[in-house]
Design a protein around this ligand. Sequence first.
Ligand code: AMP
Length: 190
Amino acid sequence: MYNIVLFGPPGAGKGTQSEKLIEKYDLTHLSTGDLFRKHLGEGTALGELAKKYMNEGRLVPDEVVISMVEEKIAESKNTKGFIFDGFPRTTAQAQALDSMLERHDMSISGMIALDVPESVLKERIKERGKTSGRVDDQDEEKINTRISVYFQETLPVAAYYEKQGKFTKINGVGTIQGIFNDIAHVIDSY
Ligand code: AMP
């Protein structure tokens, strides 16, 4: 079983690589951003709550994210493991994830961080905004907020896994296939 945290700033390629990884390793894709967008689309109370944070590029409060992930893990019985994409984004979320997995007799295999320079991230997000329909991909100020939230609130999560000897950094600039091969190489070493 593999439980992988795919880490990196917005626009690093986590979603793209997750799609390929779940196919190769038969894993469950758990993207908190995708789950929130689904709730938004369905007009649920959770979607309404998350909306204002998402539209401003800020983080949804930890307890809301954590209970949503908890539910998703509980309903994914008999899975071969998870790719966590866009979660955990704070150290409180990382600690909660460890406890949740422990309750289900699982643990994190490792965190794989995609390293991409800030100028490339901004270009990628703007390009994605042309087709994603995401409000938060289309506005320069929101893009900048998301990137600064990443550096201030999310980057410490890397140190959390580094302390556990579970951190690997990968160059996130290159061809999709080349980056995928590098990630697969790390996973195969777990
Ligand atoms: P993403 O698709 O991962 O870029 O997420 C889109 C937005 O959803 C973020 O800008 C946050 O507002 C919210 N979000 C997604 N995942 C999380 C998380 N783990 N913690 C807090 N907010 C999140």
